[in-house]
Write a protein that binds this ligand. Structure first.
Ligand SMILES: [Zn+2]
Length: 306
């Protein structure tokens, strides 16, 4: 069947949408609005629905909508758990509400699960039977591709690399409420906090990375340490699933080789036996991976609903 879908990415700061064809190509410009994150679920969904309507107006033949969003989702597209990033998000029937309003089939999954669908279809994990996809940004998310498909797990949390427990003398509380998870150390916010603790200066990760490239020792150590802690969690996952490839995306990965080389070297040190040679590569689809993956999932449900 021909036709197009809308991919929608609901994040903590912005909501984006674009028209996606069956091959995963974006066939319209990406439209973006700010997420009214603190205004409650119905206002957030109003903003998402507004974008969906604008997307439909630009392109005929939209036959389904795919949503990738922050939060943990059940198989029906209801938010099971979520950090405080999106207020009132827990319990929201994202798929049901958007489907009722748009009169289109809607599928909703976690944004990193959606990104993994995209990277597996046409990105860095293309052709892989088994892969680990990690997204490092404000938080640390992950997804496992197993037997050629993203594994969601029984409770929707499969691949949550950010919530692997690490040994640390600096007990930071994770966004999930636990202490000693890797996320509050290895995320962008975590590295900014580490830099502040070592210097008393509040800088964005982008500025810290610029200092590191210029040779600043504390900035380099901040990024190396964050990369190393993330690599520990990745190596634990690699030892469990023995993937063909590890794909690292998200805003923090855009620091580039300085960061990715540190992650890669540390994974090679920590992973077991032959798994130590697993390639650790940058995500290919950049900030569009969740949009593309969500749009492709929508093609799949549309195919199953006719
Ligand atoms: Zn956690």
């Amino acid at each position: 069947m021909n036709g197009f879908t809308l991919g929608v990415d609901i994040g903590g700061t912005k909501i984006s949408t674009s028209v996606v064809d069956r091959s995963g190509s974006l066939v319209s410009p990406v439209m973006t609005v700010e997420t009214p994150a603190s205004a409650g679920a119905s206002t957030i969904l109003d903003a998402a629905f507004g974008l969906i309507e604008r997307g439909r107006a630009t392109h005929p033949g939209i036959h389904a909508v795919g949503v990738g969003s922050a939060g943990v989702f059940d198989a029906r597209g209801v938010v099971v758990s979520s950090t405080d990033l999106l207020s009132g998000w827990i319990g929201t029937d994202v798929s049901g509400i958007l489907s009722a309003r748009s009169a289109l089939p809607v599928v909703t999954v976690n944004d990193v699960h959606a990104a993994a669908v995209g990277e597996h279809a046409i990105g860095a994990a293309s052709g892989c039977d088994t892969a680990l996809v990690v997204a490092v940004g404000t938080g640390v998310g992950g997804a496992i591709i197993m037997n050629g498909a993203v594994s969601y797990g029984r409770a929707g949390v499969a691949g949550s690399v950010g919530h692997v427990t690490i040994a640390s003398e600096n007990h930071r509380r994770c966004s999930c409420g636990e202490v000693d998870h890797v996320e509050p150390h290895a995320s962008g916010i975590g590295m900014e906090l580490s830099y502040f603790e070592n210097t008393g200066r509040t800088l964005s990760l982008r500025d810290i990375a610029a200092l590191a490239r210029g040779g600043d020792a504390i900035a380099r150590e901040t990024i190396r340490s964050g990369a190393s802690l993330l690599a520990g969690a990745i190596a634990s996952a690699v030892n469990l699933i023995d993937p063909e490839i590890v794909v690292v995306g998200g805003g923090v990965a855009q620091i580039g080789d300085l960061y990715l080389d540190a992650v890669s070297r540390r994974v090679a040190t920590l992973a077991l036996g032959g798994a130590a040679t697993v390639p650790v590569v940058a995500a290919k689809l950049g900030s569009s991976s969740a949009l593309i993956g969500a749009g492709l999932l929508a093609h799949r449900i549309a195919a199953n609903s006719v």
